[in-house]
Ligand binder design. Sequence first.
Ligand code: CU
Length: 154
Amino acid sequence: MHRMFYNHRMQIVRLLMLLLVAAMPSTAMAQHTQVEASGAWIRIAPPGAMMLAGYLTLTNNGDVVAELASVDSDAFGSVELHRTETIDGVSRMRAVPSLRIAPGESVSLSPGGIHLMLMQPAPELGERVSIAFLWRDGSKLSVAFPLQHDAPGE
Ligand SMILES: [Cu+2]
């Protein structure tokens, strides 16, 4: 009697597991963005600065293209992606409309190139700021950015 009850319960568990697997779209797992962040830092700006610049390297460890939808942080009014271009000796910053990282590829945001333009900083940023990267597939990568005067390792 006890043994029958146990077997019956196991069958229900197996059935529930099968239903769960059937309910999951088979591609959902494979398409989940897998981006890793490294070397993140924000350059310390003079007090009262209206904007700061943030840098890091983003590596796509997944098997589908990772496309950045937006960047967000509670510590800033807004975050934009810029690229510094020097034309005829004059440096200008241009908005980068989108960032796509192919599987296995890395994109480095570094001084003189692409950077996060961090607008309207909060009065007190502290030593570390969290910035969230939202990807087109709905996944989110939160990265802690230390505030420092120079790039890590310099
Ligand atoms: Cu900029």
